[in-house]
Design a protein around this ligand. Structure first.
Ligand code: GLU
Length: 453
């Protein structure tokens, strides 16, 4: 049997971290077993489906590197891959149910007769769930009457307007597309008995069902699109690396059984991934952990990839990625950046003469006695430095400090604020080397002029 998995997004919003994780697990499972990964766009809700949403979702999957074997753009033998284009297939399947007398008309809608028997879902992650749809579906909660009222347990599969209901098209497509493993969010577990009833009505073999427990906020509340870290396009815009996001998502709900936390590529995850390692309890999303992981990935990124990934962020700050100082700057920023967007903040003092001074940092300098003398002595020594290398610069700062009988540290922090705008940032001396001798000296003199005269 060739494993066939699918991700079936409804294009009605953004690509959420929970959905992307579902796509990742499907991709991993298919790749692990030499199978195929299919994308099917569930766009039957014409009023809510948009092209913009579809692009955001598919672009997000491409950015993560979860390329699909069949689906939009890729094509394949089981298309069309948009439910909105599969009406005839659904009609043919409806006819099969009509021929077996398993459906009937109800005020223009079509209802599927659910069997009066226990249906058991053997879920690969969540265990077994047994339901008799005829009994459980025979009442419903009436919010106005505030009580359970009698209901028809048979499932509407086609609305009076001719459009088909999710349960029906979802099952028909999984049968038609030969899906062997339905890996999806736990929010669909309660739908699965209905889906099994439909599989049985069509005389089709059941796929393996694997429902991934939900991904909640740290406080246990449901994650919404407004929560930090919820949407994949924000990771793209904020300078995360796709490998880091995959790493974080993989471990958000799955464990290899070891305490390994860092996987630097999809291939590395693939080696360890198994559905058996998917947790049966809900996961808790921790954005700080995700940022930590991104920082670790940035540290490990080969120099050429680091430059390539950083380029759009540099350009957005007016820094030419081809500038010869850029590679050295990136190496300096590497250790301090959680995201690629942070990198430009760290190295900006090398490329701009319109430094923004952080006022609390400036206050720290100007409130200390003797700073005017410290800065002018420093500027004089640095102006005379004949060897503008890290060693030469260090020696000049040392000499300036000795001339006033002070420690080198007393010179470092005002120097940092005057040349880089704040007490934070990359290592001072290599930054001074990159900023350049004339600019360093004039920045120190201008700073003294502006704040200390
Ligand atoms: N379109 C459904 C959703 O986005 C997919 C359900 C499934 O994977 O079976 O929730």
């Amino acid at each position: 049997m060739t494993v066939r998995t699918r991700f079936a997004p409804s294009p009605t919003g953004f690509l959420h971290i929970g959905g992307a994780r579902t796509a990742l697990y499907n991709w991993l499972y298919a790749r692990k077993h030499g199978g195929k990964f299919v994308i099917r766009v569930e766009d039957t809700d014409a009023a809510r489906s948009t092209d913009a949403s579809q692009s955001i979702i598919l672009d997000g999957l491409r950015w993560l590197g979860l390329e699909w074997d069949e689906g939009p753009d890729a094509g394949g033998d089981n298309g069309p891959y948009f439910q909105s284009q599969r009406h005839e297939i659904y009609q043919a399947y409806l006819q099969k149910l009509k021929d077996s007398d398993l459906v009937y008309d109800d005020d223009g809608a079509v209802r599927f007769r659910v069997p009066d028997k226990e249906i058991t879902v053997n879920d690969a992650i969540c265990g077994t769930v047994t339901v008799n749809l005829k009994k459980t579906g025979s009442t419903r909660w009436d919010p106005e009457a505030k009580k359970e009222v009698e209901a028809n347990p048979d499932i509407v599969i086609r609305r009076p307007d001719g459009s088909f209901i999710f349960h029906f098209v979802n099952v028909v497509d999984d049968i038609e597309m030969g899906i062997t493993h339905v890996i999806r969010g736990e929010d669909h577990l309660s739908n699965t008995p209905k889906h099994i009833a439909l599989y049985e009505a069509f005389g089709s073999d059941l796929p393996t069902f694997a429902h991934i427990p939900l991904n909640l906020n740290k406080d246990g509340s449901k994650m919404s699109k407004r929560d930090q870290g919820a949407l994949i396009h924000e990771y793209i815009e904020n300078g995360f690396l796709p490998a880091a996001v995959n790493n974080y998502m993989a471990l958000l709900g799955w464990s290899s059984g070891s305490d390994r936390e860092l996987y630097f590529s999809l291939d590395e995850i693939l080696e360890d991934f198994d559905l058996k390692g998917v947790n049966s309890s809900n996961s808790k999303f921790d954005f700080e952990k995700c940022k930590w992981m991104n920082a670790e990935h940035i540290k490990a990124l080969p120099a050429d990839k680091f430059l390539q990934r950083s380029a759009p962020f540099l350009e957005s700050e007016g820094i030419d990625p081809k500038d010869s100082r850029v590679p050295a700057c990136l190496e300096l920023a590497r250790e301090r950046a959680e995201t690629l967007a942070d990198i430009t903040k760290v190295i900006l003092p090398v490329f701009t003469d319109n430094l923004e001074y952080d006022q609390p940092s400036v206050e720290k300098v100007v409130s200390k006695d003797g700073m005017a003398e410290v800065l002018s002595t420093l500027a004089t020594h640095l102006a005379e430095c004949g060897d503008w290398t890290t060693d030469g610069i260090k020696a000049s700062i040392q000499a300036a400090a000795e001339s006033l009988d002070l420690k080198m540290g007393a010179f470092m922090f005002p120097c940092r604020v005057a040349t880089m705008g704040s007490t934070a940032g990359a290592d001072l001396v290599p930054m001074l080397e990159l900023i350049g001798q004339d600019r360093v000296v004039s920045r120190i003199r201008d700073f003294k002029e502006k704040y200390l005269s």
